[in-house]
Design a protein around this ligand. Structure first.
Ligand code: NAD
Length: 290
């Protein structure tokens, strides 16, 4: 397949390289001039998309996505599919789908989970919104870049699934970390805390698969000085998107809001920037009840 890939950053570069390695003809563009193994470098985004059957974008936010899409749509081949894998606000995902749809293009919003390790190993999970025909066109590419693609319905639903999932993740990670810090102060060993909770009703992915306590449970960023993993600022980005969506949909999300406030202070006022999102545990460890 002829593929254009726009945004060759931490995630985009390895994803594009995997597509090239699988034998697809991939042309890439990034404003920073980065490239990826096996990927032909285009001079502009417009040059990259010319003749492409699928155009993949992997960009920082909705504003940049809207900008890039407005620039490339007039240069895309009719019937081609625009596949956005960035994490952006639901409104931007739906706006670009409308713009591209009006130009006769198929569109999918397909944010990912799995991080840079998943991008490199081709084991991402894609949460996909958009029409069935475009989904079928992109399916072989999802199979190369990931291990699972879930079709969640109409445009924007992929982003909706992603931010709801990550809102749960942010909330459960905070709950797990504050419970560990309380257990410490109550004199419970972390090992005992893990053994009980991971097999009891308090269990969750945050406890069982990504335990925030060093030396306890499976290997996780906690065992590596809280080097990300999934950086606290990326969690903050996703939580903010969840609150933006909740506001637009008039949904009450008190726990999501509390998690957003906590990650905001952690990243912006404390030492959370550049640390894994599970470093909430040492944060709670340091603090006492006011
Ligand atoms: P990144 O900052 O490493 O990459 C983004 C790339 O987009 C950069 O190389 C930048 O130069 C390029 N770019 C910016 N504006 C551009 C433009 N106008 N035209 C072309 N290229 C442009 O970010 P990343 O970690 O690769 O994340 C990309 C997306 O994936 C984000 O939306 C992020 O939220 C999401 N995501 C990241 C992770 C992760 O672990 N890093 C996990 C899941 C989802």
């Amino acid at each position: 397949m002829q593929i254009a890939f726009i945004g060759l950053g931490n995630m985009g570069a390895p994803m594009a390289a995997n597509l090239a390695k699988a034998g697809h003809a991939v042309t890439g563009f990034d404003v920073a001039g980065t490239t990826a193994e096996g990927v032909a470098k285009a001079r502009t985004a417009e040059d990259a998309v010319a003749g492409a059957e699928v155009v993949i974008t992997m960009l920082p936010n909705g504003e940049i996505l809207r900008d890039v899409v407005a620039g490339i749509v007039p240069h895309m081949t009719e019937g081609a599919v625009l596949l956005d894998c960035s994490t952006v606000d639901v409104a931007s995902a739906r706006a670009v789908a409308e713009l591209a749809g009006a130009a006769g293009l198929g569109t999918l919003d397909a944010p990912v989970s799995g991080g840079t390790v998943g991008a490199t190993n081709g084991t991402l999970t894609f949460m996909v919104g958009g029409d069935e025909t475009a989904f079928e066109t992109a399916r072989p590419l999802f199979e190369i870049m990931g291990q699972k693609a879930v079709h969640c319905g109409a445009s924007g639903n992929g982003q909706a699934a992603k931010i709801c999932n990550n809102m749960i993740l942010g909330v459960t990670m905070i709950a797990t970390c504050e419970a560990f810090a309380l257990a410490d102060k109550l004199g419970l060993s972390r090992e005992a805390m893990f053994d009980v909770v991971s097999t009891s009703s308090g269990y969750s992915w945050s406890m069982n698969a990504y335990c925030p306590a060093p030396g306890v449970g499976p290997q996780s960023p906690a065992d590596n000085g809280y080097k990300p993993g999934f950086a606290a600022e990326l969690m903050l980005k996703d939580l903010r998107l969840s609150q933006q969506a909740a506001e637009a949909a008039h949904a009450q999300t008190p726990m999501g809001r509390a998690a957003t406030d906590l990650y905001r202070s952690f990243v912006e006022d404390e030492d959370g920037a550049g640390r894994d999102f599970s470093a909430m545990l040492p944060r709670f460890e340091k603090l006492n009840r006011g």
